[in-house]
Design a binder for this molecule. Structure first.
Ligand SMILES: [Zn+2]
Length: 51
C-alpha cells in the first residue's frame, strides 16, 4: 500500500473538445488546446442548425 502516492485517476485528463489532444497546462481555454480548435469547434456548432 503506497499511501504516500496521490492517486488522481478520479480526475479525468482534460482533452481538447475539438481534436481530442491532451490540453497544454498553459492553454487558452479549459476546453481547447489552442484558439484554432476553439474557432473550429464553434464554427461547426454554428453551422449545424438543429439538423
Ligand atoms: Zn485541439
Amino acid at each position: 500500500m503506497a499511501q504516500n502516492i496521490v492517486d488522481r485517476r478520479d480526475q479525468p485528463t482534460p482533452l481538447c473538445a475539438q481534436c481530442g489532444k491532451v490540453l497544454p497546462p498553459d492553454g487558452p481555454s479549459p476546453d481547447f488546446c489552442n484558439e484554432s480548435c476553439q474557432q473550429w469547434w464553434y464554427a461547426k456548432r454554428s453551422d449545424k442548425k438543429a439538423a
